[in-house]
Every structure is written in structure tokens, then in C-alpha cells.
Design a protein around this ligand. Structure first.
Ligand code: PSU
Ligand code: MN
Length: 308
């Protein structure tokens, strides 16, 4: 099922390795969204469905995680099930990777660490739900996601539905500008806010076709401008939760986080879980819809990029 990659630490499935060898489109997927972003069983259903959508779109899905200390690119359905159910899967961002690998433990990769492994494997397109960014109150807490650091240096295009307002969206956009990360909105002039199509912030740039997105990626990397591209794809109108509605819920979740003294790597999973609880699952339905929507675009972008 799996073959060792030339990189001594990376284990890539035959399917993914062959697609990469052939120059066929491959789309990377993260695993924190499975283990720490959604409850069971919706998490494993989402992970399975997203892989199916990417295959239907003509690309090979490569879900990434660290299992028993081995960074894995491409997972079996048993692996997805383990990630969705086991309490022994840590959330590992780039900082945590050396510990997970050297201690031989299971780790679910964030946007940051997934980007790193995708790039090591030679994958240029990565689909997720939401990016990490500058947290609200970061001027006090210094809580800025390592996703931004990785976007500043690793050559992978990340397709998300933007940034949730659990973060400070304006400051996140400022940080991305400083870090030289193109933020490309797909078929909209507005920067999307995950559950809602409009955040109140304009998008720095807009492109309307997957071919144009692939051309931007190629131009960036051809010119030696290392780092990621943030492609932001608004949630479909029929699935969105209006900003006023979700805004109140996010405020409540943030207040609960403060009251419980939650911080650091627990902050994002806590907030996501609270939002699902408060909305009685409505936020989960929207979350799944936007991930599926991103997977459709991701397969198209990967196909266009592979064709260049
Ligand atoms: N936002 C979501 N769902 C998620 C995450 C963010 O809507 O699952 C996850 C991603 O894996 C992201 C990580 O990379 O949270 C960011 O965590 P932190 O803020 O601790 O860097
Ligand atoms: Mn953080």
C-alpha cells in the first residue's frame, strides 16, 4: 500500500507517488480538521467525501498526518477512522513535528505542518476549511498562528474559505501582506469570513478562473518569490450563515474561552467546538459544505497547474 519516498522520513502511498511521478494533479489535505476541528462521525464522513470530490475532479487526494511518528502522505480509510476517533492524536503544528516524529506518536497536521509535508512530497495545491491567523487580542496574547509563518516560506497554494472571525481578520490580512503572501479571492471582491461570504474587508486581489490561479502560482515561484498563495473561496450562498448571526455566537465562544482560561494550541479547537455546540450543529453543516466547495476548486486548480 505504501512505498518509502526518497525523503527518508516521508511515507507516500503508491497512488500519490505515481501521480507525482507522472505529473498528474494531486491535492493535499490536512488532518487537524478531522481530529480537532469536527466531532465524530461527521469528521470521518467529511474526510472521506472530500477525497471522493477530489477524485471526481480528476485529481489524487493526499491526506497528511503523522502516524506512529511517520509523516504520511496519502491515508487509508482505517487511518482516517483512527484520526477521527482516537484520543491519542495530538494537534501538531510545525513546532510539534520533531517531538511527534522522534517520540513515535500520532499527530494531526495543521495548515502549517501540512504545507511543509506537502512541499517535501512535491505537492503544490492544498485544500482546507479555514486558515489560522492573528487571534483577537493578539497584542496581549501574541497568539498568531504558525500557519502565517509557513505561508511566508513554503511553496504551496492553500485553498480555504477565508478566516473565521474568531480571528482578527483585518490584522490577519495585514500580516499576510507583510509576509508577501498573495491573497486571491475566487470570483469575489470581498475577503470571505468562512461561515459568511463577506467579512467587511476587501480582497487584495481577485481571479475568476482556476487557470488564472495556476498562472499566478507559476509566476510567483518562477520569479523566486518563495512562499504560499492563499486562495480564498467563499462558502456557497445557500450554505452561508449571515455575519450578524454567527457574530453573536463567536462572541459567546470567545467569552467562554476567556472564562475557561483556554489559550495556546487549545484555543482554535475550543472555539470550533463551542461554535458547533452553540449552533447545535448548524455551523458544522456550513463547515462541511465549504470544505466540499474548496475541494471542487482545489481539483480544478491542481489540474490547471499540472497542465502548465
Ligand atoms: N480553522 C478552522 N478549522 C480548523 C482549523 C482552523 O476553521 O480545523 C485548524 C487548522 O488545522 C489550522 C489550525 O491550521 O486550526 C490553526 O490552529 P492554531 O490557531 O493553533 O495555529
Ligand atoms: Mn495559536
Amino acid at each position: 500500500m505504501t512505498t518509502p519516498h526518497p525523503h527518508p522520513d516521508l511515507v507516500i502511498t503508491d497512488e500519490v507517488a505515481e501521480a507525482l511521478n507522472d505529473g498528474s494533479p494531486v491535492v493535499a489535505l490536512e488532518s487537524t480538521i478531522i481530529s480537532h476541528g469536527m466531532p465524530f462521525p461527521q469528521n470521518v464522513e467529511m474526510a472521506t467525501e472530500v477525497e471522493r470530490i477530489i477524485r471526481d475532479g480528476g485529481a489524487v487526494p493526499a491526506t497528511i498526518a503523522v502516524l506512529d511518528g511517520r509523516p504520511r502522505v496519502g491515508l487509508t480509510s482505517e487511518d482516517l477512522h483512527l484520526l477521527a476517533t482516537s484520543p491519542d492524536v495530538s494537534k501538531i503544528s510545525t513546532r510539534d513535528v520533531p517531538y511527534a516524529v522522534s517520540q513515535g506518536i500520532h499527530g494531526a497536521t495543521t495548515v502549517a505542518s501540512t504545507m511543509h509535508f506537502a512541499a517535501l512530497a512535491g505537492i503544490s495545491v492544498f485544500v482546507t476549511g479555514g486558515l489560522g491567523g492573528v487571534h483577537r487580542g493578539a497584542e496581549r496574547t501574541y497568539d498568531v498562528s504558525a500557519d502565517l509563518t509557513e505561508l511566508s516560506k513554503t511553496n504551496v497554494a492553500v485553498i480555504s474559505a477565508g478566516v473565521k472571525s474568531i480571528l482578527d481578520i483585518g490584522l490577519t490580512l495585514e500580516a499576510l501582506e507583510t509576509l508577501g503572501v498573495p491573497v486571491v479571492a475566487y470570483r469575489t471582491d470581498d475577503f470571505p469570513a468562512f461561515f459568511s461570504r463577506i467579512s467587511g474587508h476587501g480582497a487584495p486581489m481577485r481571479l475568476d478562473t482556476p487557470a488564472d490561479i495556476a498562472a499566478l502560482m507559476a509566476a510567483k515561484w518562477r520569479l523566486g518569490l518563495d512562499g504560499g498563495v492563499a486562495i480564498v473561496n467563499p462558502i456557497p450562498a445557500e450554505d452561508e450563515i449571515p455575519a450578524e448571526e454567527i457574530g453573536v455566537i463567536i462572541e459567546q465562544a470567545l467569552a467562554d474561552m476567556e472564562a475557561n482560561g483556554i489559550h495556546g494550541k487549545e484555543a482554535t479547537p475550543f472555539l470550533l467546538g463551542r461554535i458547533v455546540e452553540i449552533t447545535q450543529g448548524a455551523s458544522l453543516t456550513a463547515n462541511i459544505a465549504l470544505v466540499n466547495n474548496n475541494a471542487r476548486l482545489g481539483a480544478q486548480v491542481a489540474s490547471e497547474y499540472a497542465a502548465l
